[in-house]
Ligand binder design. Structure first.
Ligand SMILES: [Zn+2]
Length: 283
């Protein structure tokens, strides 16, 4: 039986908070302005969404005006039906994602009816700005990366980026903040998506709230950006050398536990052409 719960809100800056929702240890964000407040992600079920909605009053008396969904994964998105009467933002692709086979399988596993999956009612293709009253919030589509629909949320006055799963903080076995590649992740665009997070963090004082795990600083995020490029380069090197998925764990130099990148490597490696050389022919 899946256990649902939520940690107390942790205050990050004067007007931002984070809570961790189970079963997937997802970071839920909250940002307040003078006139209203906004949730970033909404939990794994409509019931958990309702509980998160009620919990807002624990830390702010500003009315909740809406929710931003960072991407189409269950722990960030499936609670959205609890916010039907409010505005909700997220990438326009979430409408179509409701019929995706993997999404429907996740919904069934969590006991969420397909009819309770919601597309955001304020779909965005690139960027939207939201005025909460002396608190300007921007949501930007930076995917594909971790997933096709990745959106990050920039709160300039608080120097905080809510990065969804574009940045991940859960440590691997060596204690390194490490992402989790899924079937819809792509290594090279992912490093470019993290670039957008680094760019938004205009000084070292900024912090990034990852989708999972502890809050990270700009240096952490910059490292993660570079290491995605390593995963991409390493996978292509193995492809050129004709090394298959069975040998990739041992033959590759991976920046994180191999299990974190395995789904991508095993999907992409068989598609890479062997022996591609620089276009220089001996005479
Ligand atoms: Zn995700």
């Amino acid at each position: 039986m899946t256990q649902f719960s939520r940690s107390p809100w942790q205050q990050l800056t004067p007007r931002t908070w984070v809570a961790v929702a189970e079963p997937d240890s997802v970071n839920i964000g909250l940002v307040a302005g003078d006139e209203g407040c906004l949730l970033i992600d909404c939990g794994s079920t409509p019931e958990q969404g309702r509980q998160l909605r009620e919990a807002v009053a624990e830390v702010t008396d500003r009315p909740l005006v809406g929710v931003i969904v960072t991407h189409a994964h269950r722990d960030h998105w499936f609670g959205l039906a609890a916010f039907d009467d409010l505005r909700s933002w997220g990438h326009e692709g979430l409408a179509e994602a409701r019929t995706d086979g993997a999404v429907l399988a996740d919904a069934e596993a969590l006991g969420v009816a397909p009819g309770d999956l919601r597309a955001p009612n304020q779909p965005l293709s690139l960027v939207v700005g939201i005025d909460l009253g002396n608190q300007w919030v921007e949501a930007l589509h930076v995917g594909p990366g971790h997933s096709p629909h990745d959106v990050i949320v920039v709160v300039g006055a608080e120097q905080v980026v809510f990065a969804g799963d574009v940045v991940e903080g859960t440590p691997d076995s060596q204690g390194r903040p490490a992402p989790e590649y899924g079937p819809d992740s792509e290594a090279e665009p992912w490093s470019l998506a993290v670039d957008a997070v680094v760019t938004a963090m205009t000084t070292p004082d900024w912090r990034a709230v990852p989708g999972h795990g502890p809050v990270l600083d700009k240096e952490d995020v910059s490292w993660q950006r570079g290491l995605h490029a390593v995963v991409h380069g390493e996978t292509h090197r193995l492809g050129r050398e004709g090394i298959g998925p069975d040998e990739a764990a041992e033959a590759g130099h991976w920046p994180w536990d191999y299990d974190r990148v395995r789904p991508w490597v095993e999907r992409v490696l068989p598609t890479l052409s062997r022996g591609r050389q620089l276009p220089i022919k001996p005479v």
